[in-house]
Write a protein that binds this ligand. Sequence first.
Ligand code: SAH
Length: 223
Amino acid sequence: MNSIDLGGVGMTSQRTRERLIERLRERGIDNERVLEVMRVMPRHIFLDEALSHRAYEDTALPIGYSQTISQPYIVALMTQLLLAAGPRARVLEVGTGCGYQAAILSQLVDQVYTVERIKPLLAKARERFRLLGLRNVTALHSDGGLGWDQHAPYDAIITTAAPRQVPEELLYQLAPDGLLVIPVGTDDGQELRVIHRQGDSSHFEEEVVTHVKFVPLLSGVAR
Ligand code: SAH
């Protein structure tokens, strides 16, 4: 884990950020470590300048290439779910996007591996990880529906794009007692699921948490 250097980001008023954290609390986020990381992480760095003034609103925003930065509440919720059953050392994220979710995770787990299929998005995210000094985030341009076999198994996998069905590869890459946090469905409706591998068996318990709206998980990569 590393600490964030906040030099030069004072232009976003502390009060705006505090208001966001209060809203997350009101909506049921109660993991204090998650709230603290969300309070400190500069979300405006993950947005284009034209939108950075809206960075601390609790809303998804466009990041180009028809993709979005996730809503802070959803990032907090998925992170809280991922940590609910105890610490997780190695985590895979599918769908790096701008890199915000990966950056939040980097402060809460040992190693973050993250995979993005759109090359320019990945390049920008990598640049932000470097800027923020996040040395425990490793990013790859690839189809994350296949997971990232090289670093498996993972204590947890989080998917920030929605497949129609849970990709089996992701289940196979879970460590014993590993957890998969994943939105599943179509544009007409998706549910956020937490899938828990039972010990080292190939049995999985599934819980539906809430309804969500993510961009679709697409296969293949884009240049
Ligand atoms: N994690 C981001 C959310 C990004 S939106 C955040 O913190 O805000 C979801 C991202 O998933 C998009 O950038 C999209 O390109 C990517 N994606 C969709 N299908 C994918 C796939 N098969 N493999 C990797 N990334 C994928």
